[in-house]
Ligand binder design. Structure first.
Ligand code: HEC
Length: 145
């Protein structure tokens, strides 16, 4: 009885030491990757562009217009300006121009032109993401935050 009590105390101590030691393993897998406010902001683009596609395939012009204007508006918000780089500003301006054109085609109820603008918009997502990944890899990011 006495022996098992000491053993229990010993095990408890070792366990406590391990938990508090800097060598204790971090529970890597259980902890979800931190979602930053900027991610939440940026992911709204994806939601809006999905809804825009829905609008295009169902010929819901009001939905296309609303989502295109939403994306255009987002690109003018301060959070959008993650990088202070000419190329980034240029790509943002291009994205904005295409979003406006998408809204315009929805107003005109021109589904073919709207579909084309949507494809261009998608290309501009990919272009900018390709670019920003490159900037991150170059590791000299003049990030705003
Ligand atoms: C002018 C540049 C630019 C354009 C255009 C752009 N994005 Fe982004 N996007 C970014 C930046 C910058 C981030 C944040 C990257 C970072 O700092 O981690 C981002 C992040 C995201 C994220 C979040 C990723 C994550 O880790 O959660 C999604 C989703 C996304 N964008 C979707 C889109 C979609 C869809 C479009 C087109 C409709 C688009 N983006 C157009 C620059 C752009």
């Amino acid at each position: 009885m006495k022996l098992s009590f000491s053993l229990l105390a010993f095990v408890t101590l070792v366990f406590a030491a391990l938990v508090h030691s800097p060598f204790a393993a971090e529970p890597v897998q259980d902890v979800p990757k931190e979602v930053r406010p900027i991610d939440v902001f940026m992911r709204r683009k994806l939601d809006l562009s999905r809804d825009a596609l829905k609008g295009i395939v169902t010929e819901d012009f009001a939905l296309i217009k609303r989502t295109a204007e939403g994306m255009e508006k987002m690109s003018r918000q301060a959070e959008w300006e993650v990088f202070r780089l000419d190329e980034y500003n240029h790509m943002s301006a291009e994205f904005r121009r295409i979003a406006r054109s998408l809204a315009h085609q929805a107003e005109k109820k021109n589904i073919d032109a709207a579909a084309l603008a949507y494809v261009q918009l998608t290309m501009s997502c990919v272009e900018c993401h390709k670019y920003t990944r490159g900037v991150r890899m170059a590791n000299d990011v003049p990030a705003k935050k």
